[in-house]
Design a protein around this ligand. Structure first.
Ligand code: F6R
Length: 612
């Protein structure tokens, strides 16, 4: 949440920062701002709304400066407004700071500062932290870096901050705990950002700053220190990402591009790992820790949102194929409810961004208690990836659209390979089924291409139902989590109230909602629950509900009963979610589009939820 960018070097900072903010806008977009420094003078411009509004508002103003910091905000403390937008300036006007995260004890610090005569212009925790740093600097007559170190020792919460001062015309001081920070190493210049997307076109050499580290960044020098003032050696990583991957590539929206990328992103995920010809699944993270999985008394899956839905599908997969009990936990509940964790418990963490605060903190405490953490993560080098004892990247590529699409199917592909590999090693599936499921998984990219080759019918259905005020999504077995995901996608993108339910559970309550106005989406592909779901469709039709079905090509029963149908190719039910979710992603995209909404940046959301 919140995107931060910084630059120090020989070039003009503003264009670099502005471009970077546009790339990071998926992290939050209720306001944005920049601080530039030239001739020992700080200039701060900020504006409520999207980055484009900031860009318009600064036309004709003094934008000079070869050092600067910029921020795009997802509001936590204080409503979205010009005055709550970052950067904030200290009371003396000498310091400017941007912040991603939450300072939990800010009210206490604010009271202390107010009693010393400080006045605050915003409602933010950031302005409090900034003045706290300034106050320490003045009282101790020390360097800014020292004041920051002292302040951070008092701070409870999460932060990634960038700080500049008008008496140091080339230095950005940065610090992180719990919110990501990447520093790009250029020739005589440095780039700072929440992720690599603003940096990639300038350099591929980056340093991921660790928690509790402070970075002193000058054009030709990068010093990393811990909070004890000891120097740390920066570990330089080479980015494996191309600029094209973070641009729209001819699509109107990132979400549509990312839906259409799925044949390739799943292929990339399977490539070199899934080898049906030789009957092997190559996953070093599983291979090296097979004993931990085989002997696990249980597996706990920890995730949020869409990743949690992938976790639910993994529960069905792992229990069926590996016969290991699985619990799926919302990270935000798991971290606070004092769960029973034993040494050697296996925890699978699922996260696209690898930065979700709830997931990260849940894992930290489980790791402290001796659990073995296996990360299924998309963002390479992210905090969750680094915290995990082992893991498997989904290799889905950068996901920019706020609603998760290709990252979800990447997670499913990884989890399916894991379940197959462990089940086969544990001998809970026989070779015939193992090989058949491998071949089915290998066929997924081509089958998704078939779905994507004809989206006209889905567009038509979206237009037909775009004005509905509620939707119900129903599925059974492996398709139940898909129904939950379909409902979440529609809510996010179209702001239509939608609920996902197990189809059989509907008669225990939600069926009361059904009337001739309610569209009910059935994920009703041919599987072992098929006859049962046919009965559930009839129950809805008998109450005049409108049925939209995701059905299997060649099925001659469901399409005859449903009002509208979205077809997917036939595949084993264990693999089916990888196909059945695609029409639902498209349905929510087109409903959002027909409603004239910003599908890539739905209101109130942010891509990377780095606050609790
Ligand atoms: C929904 C969506 C969110 C995320 C959730 C977890 O489309 O994107 O529900 O799935 O915030 O994020 P990650 O996977 O980054 O931990």
């Amino acid at each position: 949440m919140c995107g931060i960018v910084g630059y120090t070097g020989p070039r003009e900072a503003y264009p670099i920062i502005l471009k970077g903010l546009k790339r990071l806008e998926y992290r939050g977009y209720d306001s944005s701002g920049v601080a530039l420094l030239s001739n020992n003078k700080l200039k701060v411009y900020k504006k409520k709304g999207k980055v484009a509004e900031l860009e318009d508002s600064v036309i004709g103003l003094d934008l000079q400066g070869t050092i600067g910091i910029g921020h795009t905000r997802w509001a936590t403390h204080g409503e979205p407004s010009d005055r709550n937008a970052h950067p904030h300036q200290s009371q003396s006007g000498e310091l400017a700071m941007i912040h991603n995260g939450i300072i939990e004890n800010y009210t206490q610090i604010k009271k202390e500062l107010e009693s010393k005569g400080y006045h605050f212009k915003s409602d933010t925790d950031t302005e409090v932290l900034l003045n706290f740093i300034e106050d320490i600097k003045i009282n101790n007559n020390c360097a800014l870096e020292e004041a920051l170190r002292i302040a951070l020792k008092r701070v409870v919460g999460a932060y990634c901050i960038l700080l500049i001062s008008n008496d140091d015309p080339t230095t950005i001081i940065a610090a992180r705990k719990g919110s990501p920070l990447v520093i790009g190493i250029g020739k005589g210049e440095h780039f700072l950002a929440s992720d690599a997307s603003p940096i990639i076109e300038y350099t591929k050499e980056v340093v991921y700053v660790n928690d509790y580290e402070i970075a002193i960044v000058k054009p030709d020098e990068l010093i990393l220190k811990n909070l004890g003032n000891e120097k740390q050696t920066p570990f330089i990583t080479k980015l494996d990402m191309e600029l094209a991957a973070i641009e729209k590539g001819g699509y109107d929206h990132f979400m549509l591009k990312e839906i259409h990328e799925q044949p390739n992103s799943i292929f990339d995920c399977l490539r070199g790992r899934l080898l049906p010809q030789s009957g092997q699944i190559m996953m070093g993270g599983i291979e090296n820790n097979m004993d931990a999985f085989i002997h696990a008394n249980r597996i706990v899956i920890v995730a949020c949102g869409t990743s949690w839905h992938a976790g639910l599908i993994a529960e069905y997969l792992i229990e069926e194929l590996c016969r290991i009990p699985v619990e799926v936990e919302y990270a935000s509940e798991f971290r606070y409810r004092n769960p029973v964790i034993h040494k050697g418990d296996v925890i699978i963490a699922i996260s696209q961004s690898g930065e979700t605060a709830d997931t990260l903190v849940a894992l930290e405490s489980a790791k402290e208690k001796g659990a073995f953490i296996f990360g299924v993560v998309n963002a390479v080098g992210s905090s969750i990836a680094r915290l995990s004892n082992a893991g498997a990247y989904t290799h889905s590529g950068p996901e920019i659209g706020v609603a998760s699409t290709k990252a979800f199917t990447g997670q499913l592909a990884v989890l399916m390979m894991m379940a197959l590999k462990i089940g086969f090693a544990k001998k809970t599936i026989d070779e015939k089924r193992y090989l058949q499921l491998m071949r089915d998984l290998e066929s997924v990219p081509e089958k998704i291409k078939e779905i994507l080759a004809n989206t006209k019918e889905i567009e038509r259905i979206a237009e037909k139902y775009k004005d509905a005020s509620d939707f119900l999504f129903l599925g059974r077995g492996y398709n139940f989590p898909v129904a939950l995901e379909g409902a979440l996608k529609l809510k996010e993108i179209s702001y239509i109230h939608a609920e996902g339910y197990p189809a059989a559970e509907m008669k225990h309550g939600p069926i009361a909602l059904v009337d001739e106005k309610l569209p009910v989406v059935f994920v009703a592909t041919k599987d072992s629950y098929y006859q049962k779901i046919v009965s559930n469709v009839q129950e809805i039709k008998a109450r005049k509900g409108k049925v939209i079905a995701v059905a299997t090509i060649g099925d001659d029963i469901i399409p005859g009963m449903a009002d509208d149908v979205m077809l997917v190719p036939d595949i084993d039910e264990v693999i089916a979610p990888l196909l059945s979710v695609v029409p639902l992603q498209l349905l929510s995209y087109y409903v959002g589009l027909y409603k004239g909404l910003d599908v890539d940046k739905p209101r109130n959301l942010a891509k990377s939820v780095t606050v609790e």
